[in-house]
Design a protein around this ligand. Structure first.
Ligand code: CAA
Length: 385
């Protein structure tokens, strides 16, 4: 087991989630991948265990756990299913935290208990056809009319969209102000004029839904504004700072799963009259895989510790996301290679892990964007020295 100075409480929670993931989710991983169906029964059990409201304060129906525990939970769930890992990460980091951090008392009372219990699922709608990496280029418009806003526009690649009840939506309220003219809104699923498109067919992460959203004169109450008008871009960026630690943990769960499967396989598989594990060429690859996983672990929990301490963590979150997701891609690719022909067969799991790993280099900011965030912060810090 990897080490980090986890408290007894953090370790106990991690252990509980790990047991649940391996006993309840792992046996269903191949079925989820093949059917691409959302496992409502498992998500209900996750809600019952408090996993959908882990870092939400108890007064709003959550568990009140710290950020490190929440990140551990994403990692352990992702060890068994990366699809459920991202469901949890998006639901919490960018589906529930917007309300906890920026919501009014009324918004917190109205939504957090339902999200924390898992009765409602949360989603985050920033990306648009012409605004991916350039998140500030969104075009969805929100126009205030009396005590309502009217939304028009389109969002794409929205995780959890098929099941979500509440969407944190970013739209332009003042087109003359660029990124300072973006605002955030809480939009309920049954809002007239708001439609959810068909589920995208993806390379991996089967079981996690991804859909486009259309707003066609969707009327939402003015009270659905999150924070102040014009604060939306900053809100999105702050949420993504924490969100990226969650994606790093998801990637880490995938990588650890691939490493464990491979370390077992090479000890079973005999070639040239002995187990593969006795070949030094195999040992070299395994050692590199394990080193990547260990290093990612420290980056992830260092970033999570900063977040728990209320310190800036944008650069460290991007470093963790960059390193862990590149590591997951590399480790899962080597895992397939070390499994040889079996690695290409679904039953052996590692090809699924490789497909699931790929998106962790892309979403919540491509790894090229993570480098931009890291470099900008590094340059700022250097000037202060
Ligand atoms: N915290 C607070 N404020 C921030 C911030 C942060 N981390 N980063 C930027 N800001 C503020 C800046 O201070 C600036 O404020 P002022 O206007 O007051 O000066 C403002 O935001 C604009 O900042 P930049 O000029 O740096 O903005 P930019 O246009 O250069 O963009 C970027 C920066 C990092 C490239 C950003 O566009 C970005 O993160 N892009 C990637 C988008 C992304 O991650 N999308 C993920 C979609 S969600 C998802 O993937 C979920 C899922 O399905 C799993």
């Amino acid at each position: 087991m990897l080490s980090f100075d986890f408290s007894e409480e953090q370790l106990a929670l991690r252990e509980t989630v790990s047991r649940f993931a391996r006993e309840v989710i792992s046996p269903r991983a191949i079925q989820l991948d093949e059917t691409d169906e959302f496992p409502h029964d498992i998500v209900k059990q996750m809600g019952g265990l408090g996993l959908l409201g882990l870092p939400i304060p108890e007064e709003y129906g959550g568990v009140g756990a710290d950020f490190i525990s929440y990140i551990s939970a994403i990692e352990e769930i992702s060890y068994a299913s990366a699809a459920l890992g991202v469901m949890l990460a998006v639901h919490t980091s960018v589906g529930s935290f917007p309300i906890l951090y920026f919501g009014t008392d009324e918004q917190k009372q109205a939504y957090l208990p339902r999200l924390a219990s898992g009765e409602w699922i949360g989603a985050f709608a920033l990306t648009e056809p012409s605004a991916g990496s350039d998140a500030g280029g969104i075009r969805t418009r929100a126009v205030k009319q009396g005590d309502e806003y009217i939304l028009n526009g389109e969002k794409i690649f929205i995780t959890n969209a098929r099941e979500a009840n509440l969407f944190c939506v970013f739209a332009v309220t003042d087109p003359t102000k660029g990124k300072r003219g973006v605002s955030a809104f809480l939009v309920e699923r049954d809002t007239p004029g708001f439609t959810i498109g068909p589920t995208e067919k993806k390379m991996g992460l089967h079981g996690s839904s991804t859909c486009a959203l259309t707003f066609n004169d969707a009327h939402i109450p003015a009270a659905s504004l999150l924070g102040q008008e014009g604060e939306g871009f900053r809100i999105a960026m702050q949420l993504l700072d924490g969100g990226r630690i969650g994606i790093a943990a998801q990637a880490q769960g995938i990588a650890r799963s691939a490493l464990d499967l491979t370390a077992r396989y090479v000890q079973d598989r005999q070639q040239f009259g002995r187990p593969l594990a006795q070949l030094q060429a195999v040992q070299m690859l395994l050692a590199d895989m394990a080193t990547r996983v260990e290093a990612a672990h420290w980056l992830i929990y260092h970033a999570a510790k900063l977040k728990d301490a209320g310190k800036p963590c944008g650069k460290e979150a991007s470093m963790a996301k960059l390193f862990a997701s590149d590591g997951a891609m590399s480790v899962t690719t080597d895992a397939v290679q070390l499994h040889g022909g079996y690695g290409y067969i679904r039953e052996y799991h590692v090809e699924r892990l490789m497909r699931d790993a790929k998106v962790t280099q892309i979403y919540e900011g491509t790894n090229q964007i993570q480098r931009v965030v890291i470099a900008r912060q590094l340059l700022k810090e250097t000037l202060k020295k």
